[in-house]
Each structure stands twice: as structure tokens, then as C-alpha cells.
Design a protein around this ligand. Structure first.
Ligand code: F6R
Length: 234
């Protein structure tokens, strides 16, 4: 793992942008994308850059189940607002949160990933170590699946909703097996609240109890931290 410690999320976003730029310039075709607060500074830098993704593909990690793409809490809406409206890809794939046949949607998304191997996958880090919505205990080998979100994740995500009861309880998520097949992985994590889980991810044992610890087994991972999230590394 290569660890980069930036001063703050803004500086970290500049580093994130550089990694996207390098991948693009080196011919990466497929970019795996994440939502949440963390990638916003990277997306802002990309949105304000000259980088051209119009002949490249993007594949998002996850989507809530049961909300429509135009709902302002959907991940499709988030991506449109924060990136795609400013920097369009040739095609952008997300799980369909309104799918009624889980097995068919899982098969479709796994096929999308299999047909378009991910060159660079961007990840955030959940407070409980989740990547995508792969909560603690998720197998390291799996593909796309329906996830029952944990209380920790529902609480953390309630900040985006008017009421905690409005937070969806399930999501579709790319599996850890698929994430690990990405050629290169960029994980970003900022803020003091993430310091404990960052230390476990990087310095703790590789265990399904800390899903992100699996990244210790990947040959090409860059972790971008800020000073606060790096503060508990030895
Ligand atoms: C989002 C995702 C999640 C987030 C994680 C951190 O697509 O897959 O794993 O990356 O929950 O969220 P933030 O960045 O809001 O702290």
C-alpha cells in the first residue's frame, strides 16, 4: 500500500485528481466510482480540470434499494450533481435501485463489471471498515449482492436525510471480490472520526471483521489520508 498524507481534504482532493489524471493519461478505460462526503474534493478537482472522460466508462459501487434515480438521496442523483453534470463519461453504470428482481439485477451488474474490467477503483471508508456497502462479515470473494445496512451505516448516513427513518435499510453493492479485481485501487479517508478504522485497515490483521483490511492483499493500492485520519498510524 502506498500511503499519502495530505494536509486536509482539499489538498487530498488534489492528490486524488492527480491519480485520476495519471490513470486517464495511461489509457485507463473504466473508472470505478464512489459516493459519500469523502470523494467530493476529488470530484471537484476533476470537474474543474481539462480531463476528458467522454470516451471512458464509469461503474459505481452501490445504490440504495427502493429509491428512484431522481430522488435527491439516490446515489444516481449524487453522481449527476457532483460529477456527471460537469464531467460526462461515455456511459455511467449504477445499480438500479428500483429493480424488483434482485437476482436479475445482480446478474446484470456482475455482467457489466465482467465485461468492463475496472482500471481504477475509488473507495471511501465506512466507520466500521466497510468498502462499498460491504459490511463487516462480508465474504472477500463475493460479487454484487443485496446488503442489509448495519445500524452504524444507517446512523452515519442519516446526516443526509431529514429523518433517520427515511434512510433506506438495504442497498445493492459491488462485492469485495469484484473490487479486488480492479487493476488499481484508490481509497480516501478523512477526519479524526476515521483515524481508528484507518489504523486497523492498514496495520491490523486482514479480517472480514474489517472489510477494508482486504486491501493489504491487493498489489496496487494508494491510500490518501488527511492529517486527522492518519493520526493513529504508528
Ligand atoms: C459510497 C460507499 C461507502 C462510502 C463510505 C464512506 O458509495 O460505497 O462505502 O464510501 O460509507 O462514506 P463518507 O465518505 O460519506 O464518509
Amino acid at each position: 500500500m502506498k500511503i499519502i498524507v495530505a494536509k486536509d481534504p482539499k489538498q487530498a482532493g488534489m492528490k486524488g485528481h492527480e491519480i485520476f489524471a495519471d490513470a486517464l493519461n495511461n489509457g485507463a478505460q473504466v473508472f470505478g466510482l464512489a459516493t459519500g462526503s469523502t470523494p467530493l474534493t476529488t470530484y471537484e478537482q476533476i470537474a474543474n480540470s481539462q480531463l476528458d472522460f467522454s470516451d471512458r466508462l464509469s461503474i459505481n459501487l452501490d445504490e440504495y434499494k427502493g429509491i428512484s434515480p431522481d430522488n435527491d438521496q439516490s446515489y444516481q442523483y449524487f453522481m449527476d450533481k457532483n460529477l456527471f453534470s460537469k464531467k460526462a463519461f461515455k456511459h455511467s453504470y449504477l445499480p438500479n435501485g428500483l429493480a424488483t428482481d434482485d437476482a436479475a439485477e445482480i446478474k446484470r451488474y456482475d455482467q457489466v463489471i465482467a465485461e468492463n474490467p475496472i482500471d481504477l477503483q475509488l473507495l471511501g471508508l465506512g466507520l466500521n471498515g466497510h468498502i462499498g456497502f460491504n459490511e463487516p462479515g462480508t465474504s472477500f470473494d463475493g460479487g454484487t449482492h443485496v446488503v442489509d445496512l448495519t445500524e452504524s451505516t444507517i446512523n452515519a448516513n442519516s446526516r443526509f436525510f431529514d429523518n433517520i427513518d427515511d434512510v433506506p435499510k438495504q442497498a445493492y453493492s459491488m462485492g469485495i471480490g469484484s473490487i479486488m479485481k480492479s487493476k488499481k485501487i484508490l481509497l480516501e479517508a478523512y477526519g479524526e472520526k476515521k483515524a481508528d478504522i484507518v489504523a486497523k485497515m492498514i496495520e491490523g490483521p486482514v479480517t472480514e471483521d474489517v472489510p477494508a483490511s482486504v486491501l493489504q492483499n491487493h498489489p496496487d493500492v494508494v491510500v490518501i489520508l488527511d492529517e486527522a485520519s492518519a493520526s493513529k498510524l504508528s
